[in-house]
Design a protein around this ligand. Sequence first.
Ligand code: NDP
Length: 506
Amino acid sequence: MSELNVVSISEAKIPAEPFVARHLIDGEWRGSADAATFERTSPSHGSVVTIASKGGEADADAAIAAARLAFDKGRWSRTSGKDRATVLLKVADLIDRERERIAFMETLESGKPISQAKAEIEGASDIWRYAASLARTIHGESHNSLGQDFLGLVLKEPVGVVSIITPWNFPFLIVSQKLPFALAAGCTAVVKPSEMTPATTVILGELLLEAGIPAGVVNIVLGFGDPVGTAMTADKRVDMVTFTGSTGVGKAIVSAASGTLKKVSLELGGKNPQVIFPDADLDSAVDAVVFGVYFNAGECCNSGSRIIVHEDIAEKFVARTVKLSRRVPFGDPLDPSTKVGAIITPEHQNKIDTYVQEAKASGAEVPLGGGALQVPGLNGQFYQPTVVTNVSSAMPIAREEVFGPVLTVLTFTTLDEAIELVNDADYGLSAGVWSENVHTCLEFARRANAGTVWTNTWMDGFAELPFGGIKESGQGRELGKYGLEEFLEAKTVTMRIGRSREPWVA
Ligand code: NDP
């Protein structure tokens, strides 16, 4: 493994005292009703970095009650778009002010590189600003062509109380793709971060209070999917659930929410293909493939984990990908030069490795990686950059979300064959094409079954552009004006303004 670029222990220090995280309920910081807590161990450094209150049913119940009351009293929903925008803009400024602190905790809990964490926090404040701009644009429709006696209005109203359940891979960014849009719409919220990454959502709670959010409008309950997440999905006082995470839990949420027929918005997994044609700018394509698969250690719903390369260039392209992969700096996430950090838990590291070993046993080849990476001086878990070839599209490694730094390679000869491979998937989150021919790119964009298509790029995102998946990658959209619409209901007001109606009873 000496041929890899391994970054070992940096000068940066782990704090002597863990971060203490508590629930935010009705504007107050509280421990759990039963005083239970849990610890988060840094996946890169092996030390306890957070001690968090462990929510139970009583805590979830109190948070939902506070959000319900705040909504029903109109503490937020009846404020003007201008006032809501003012608070959201303040939050954005406070996120910028606290960027270093948030990024540091994000890195300690998630194992992601500090430089990446900083960029994500910067991106998050941009999303808060964008959502603030949308808060002032909410409007419905008027219908003045219903005949002389009628005027029809369509009012846009906030959905109500929203449960926001987030995962560990982009804790601050993902809550920022949901919460500011819910708030812009006038909703109140109960937020549950993953039990692996509670700290930065708690810091966000501090900033919301400082920005002047009224009590009960945003509540945070820390703890596990069961019982906190389950209570947040089944409770009839909640009007909507927005969730990012695994497809399995997404399906469980749909089922739990069906008891009260609440609205559900889901951003789930992906097995995202990038198709590389021989006429592509291959320098850019190799770099984007390497970025797409190793970014966030592959723990990314948008991971470009499945490349589909034209047979004429496949051998050379794989060789170049392996060569460039060796240069990617893996290791200590607190070192500013690191590009790929730790794997979230030892169990997840085993899951990644099992996919690779099973593929090998089924005849796949592994020209690079395929095992744990030892980082001198660190106690956490790391996985080698891994490339798997000689793969068939029926293998689990080519179909399922590995969620690790593992690239699978398939080949094709015609555009039709490439599209067939792209669409032969249960997921439909994102897809990419590399070609200098605009007609190839456009045809691909039209025929690929995916919520997002990238042409000659990978994983670029903007607050203005909606994001979400089709098939088992989810339902609903985040970001853009579509992200706001998710949190709005339409109410029809039909007004008789004339008196020419014939009586029904003569
Ligand atoms: P989960 O889907 O289990 O977790 C996501 C969030 O849902 C967490 O806050 C979790 O709580 C919560 N949760 C768990 N069970 C329930 C439930 N029954 N009702 C309500 N909320 C619940 O993801 P994991 O962390 O377990 O990761 C497993 C796999 O999911 C990964 O290997 C990856 O394939 C995929 N994944 C996909 C993501 C994406 O962005 N699309 C993000 C993360 C994971 P808690 O974990 O705290 O108990």
